[in-house]
Write a protein that binds this ligand. Sequence first.
Ligand code: UDP
Length: 252
Amino acid sequence: MTEQTQEPFARPDGRAVDQLRPIDFQIGIAPHALGSVLVSFGNTRVICAASIDNRVPGWMRAQKVEGGWMTAEYSMLPYSTHDRKQRDISRGKADGRTIEIQRLIGRSMRAVFDLKKLTGKTIWLDCDVLQADGGTRTASITGAYVAAQIAIQKLIAKEELEENPFTDSVAAVSVGVYKDTPVLDLNYPEDKDASVDANLVMTGSGKYVEAQSSGEEATFTREELDTLLELGAKGIAEISQLQKAAICEGLK
Ligand code: UDP
């Protein structure tokens, strides 16, 4: 009788299933922006910059909406991917993925922000992917919060803002099912073969802002979803601590 041997499960980079990639925040990468950071989740690296505009969008002025606004733009630099990605400006329009991601970043930030306290100002959050290796949208959200929080604290120090409008911190991470196993923080080789792909956006206090999960030519069970949510919550708790430390360091 022949015995069937099954290969033991292993992630391409050898991480444990609940292990994040090495995360790093390089603060002040774009000195002309009030707040900026180069955030790395392993080989995914995104420049996030927060700039202040002392006006609100036309629709807010027209509708006499009080307070300020915060919005985001996302792009992948042409050389961030293995095959050069054409700039949107050369193509003449942003693709659907870009629009979806930048709206997600803006929503994630506004969920933990009291816009009424930002009277007359707009915060622009620019997220530009320098190197893509999976999870660029979750890295963008994580870095955008750090850049925005630094910008806000600098505005307060300059006496251009009275109170901090942030009500909580926000971070994001991807989770997914790779080779039938739920894993945290997928890199590109995992992402491309994952049967379930999920992006979780959560606050530092553990509440959800967004939980998107989709089967990729596959379905998933309630049990798998519960495991993914647990992995994500563990990851976000760790990322939130790293964000806190990076902001403190960045404001020294
Ligand atoms: N990717 C790419 N070119 C693209 C879009 C995506 O090379 O035009 C790669 C990139 O490594 C990215 C990954 O595919 O991180 C997964 O893309 P997805 O759309 O799932 O978004 P992400 O995981 O980056 O948030």
